[in-house]
Design a protein around this ligand. Structure first.
Ligand SMILES: [Zn+2]
Length: 507
């Protein structure tokens, strides 16, 4: 039986339209999900939308719409990522769904009674983050995320006794039982944990929540703090409420668990501390890993409405196509640190690696095959490219979510193939009546394996390449089979097909 692998994106607020930063996380998560499927695992890829936030109420009021209708319309902006960005999620949870309400309330009720208490809270609250901050968290008295002054708020709330779990959390993260990648984020979390944990508010008054959100079980006057309810999406979407089979199979898992959250650096604390504390209290198994990515700037600047540089995924895909956008976000943006999107660099990389790289290598090789061998794939010759080494590099990078390194392994292999052709000069050999099999076969077989490696990165183009190489794309096996040298069968007849990556010329 295939080994289960659970993976999630964070769930975005639906109050605003998606920007290129959302695409980064979806595409990274999708690449991991596809890679794990390629390894033969039974993947559950979950995403969704966070709809219980006060920000949605505010945005709906501003738009003059009923909140339920507003969030439904806006959830579509993310649901459509499936087609727009070729995101292969298996399930989508909207936190306004009944299964979510029931699951979030169940999780609350399962927390140890001594971990939840009611008290008056006075604190600095950022409406943008929907989070309380301490003076130490602020930068010059302002929210570091929003650069705005938080409000001072006093009310009755339920609190979660996070301090009960301080040592457990330190041990779990230190020992990599919950493995945080990259290492410097792990170090940040540990440093924060060692300074001591304050209890945090897990509800707000019905009034401050405008009655919108998940009611606290047994207390209708309180609505769950949006983070408490939102974080529980990772299990409510698996039908935690009724202890469903998906929850058992993908979250609980029998042994050697693989449960991975992908999230942005701004919400590290919620995932690496609060969420784990909540699960520990409720006696629910923890995620086994968290991958924390950076943010994306546009032409070196932080995206903001006031600067007018918010880049929409729809616009970028309309202009360049889905796979080139995926290739850029995975190959040219750091997985761990902040990265940048610039159109000049995009075009440069597209032309260098896709049009002149993979695309050109494929079209020239097939052209020579047609010219010298009537398009018929010759008998396999030996692997002169040492693809075992290539796969090692590629897999080691994919295992630690270092997509730029994985892409680099691919583009380096393409360059090696190009140099090999230049050195071997099959055209000279053909003229002299010498065989060209030993040049064309290895390059074609390397291209087949490059296409396999591209499946998680640029899925549609990878399938296109495999299909043009005469492969049955419905019958692609697991990586362990597909990386076997010589799978490209002799006798296949290839023809010059459509260009994989037409060269981009600026308008
Ligand atoms: Zn804020």
């Amino acid at each position: 039986m295939a080994k289960p692998f659970y993976i999630s994106t964070a769930i975005p607020y639906v109050n605003a339209a998606p920007h290129i930063g959302h695409s980064l996380e979806y595409i990274q998560t999708d690449a991991i999900a596809r890679y794990q499927r390629l390894l033969g695992k039974d993947v559950m890829f979950m995403t969704g939308t966070d709809e219980n936030s006060l920000k949605n109420v505010q945005a709906a009021e501003k738009a003059g719409k009923e909140v339920g209708l507003f969030v439904s319309e806006h959830a579509q902006n993310f649901i459509c990522f499936k087609e727009l960005l070729d995101i292969s999620y298996d399930t989508f949870i909207r936190t306004t769904e009944e299964r979510h309400f029931k699951g979030a309330q169940k999780l609350w009720s399962m927390c140890k009674p001594e971990d939840i208490y009611k008290a008056t809270y006075k604190g600095l609250y950022c409406v943008g983050c929907e989070a309380f901050y301490t003076e130490d968290d602020l930068v010059e008295g302002k929210c570091p995320e929003h650069n705005s002054k938080p409000e001072e708020i006093e009310e009755e709330n339920y609190f979660f006794k996070l301090s009960n779990y301080q040592q457990d959390l330190i041990d779990l993260i230190n020992s990599d039982k919950v493995k945080i990648t990259p290492d410097f984020r792990k170090a940040e979390v540990l440093k924060f944990l060692e300074t001591g944990l304050l209890d945090f508010s897990i509800s707000r008054s019905h009034q401050r929540a405008h009655g919108w959100g998940v009611p606290v079980p047994g207390d209708e006057e309180q609505i769950m703090y949006v983070w408490f309810d939102a974080l529980s999406n990772y299990i409510t979407g698996l039908d935690f409420a009724s202890n469903g089979s998906d929850f058992q199979k993908y979250w609980v898992q029998a042994n050697d668990r693989e449960v991975l959250h992908v999230l942005g650096k701004g919400i590290t604390r919620f995932h690496a501390i609060y969420w784990l504390g909540m699960l520990l209290s409720a006696g629910v198994p923890l995620p086994s890993a968290e991958f924390i990515h950076g943010y994306i700037t546009v032409n070196g600047q932080k995206m903001s409405k006031s600067l007018g540089n918010v880049l929409s995924p729809q616009d970028v895909v309309d202009k360049f196509g889905c796979d080139p956008v995926r290739f850029y976000l995975l190959g040219a943006v750091s997985s761990y640190h902040d990265g940048d999107f610039s159109e000049d660099r995009f075009v440069e990389l597209y032309n260098a690696h896709l049009a002149n790289g993979i695309g050109n290598l494929f079209s020239r090789t097939v052209a020579m095959l047609v010219k010298y061998l009537d398009g018929v794939v010759p008998e396999p010759t030996e692997d002169i490219f040492n693809l075992e080494e290539f796969w090692k590099k590629y897999q080691n990078s994919m295992e630690v979510y270092d997509f730029p390194e994985a892409v680099k392994a691919i583009t380096e292999l393409v360059s090696t193939c190009d140099s090999f052709i230049s050195t071997e000069q099959p055209w000279t050999k053909a003229k002299a009546g010498e065989p060209v099999d030993g040049v064309l076969y290895p390059v074609l077989e390397a291209l087949r394996q490059i296409a396999i490696a591209l499946l998680p990165i640029t899925p549609k183009s990878a399938y296109n390449l495999l299909s043009q190489l005469g492969q049955n794309t419905d019958k692609i096996g697991v990586l362990a089979e597909e990386c076997t040298w010589g799978k490209l069968a002799a006798g296949l007849k290839l023809t010059k097909g459509e260009s994989l990556f037409p060269r981009y010329v600026a308008e």
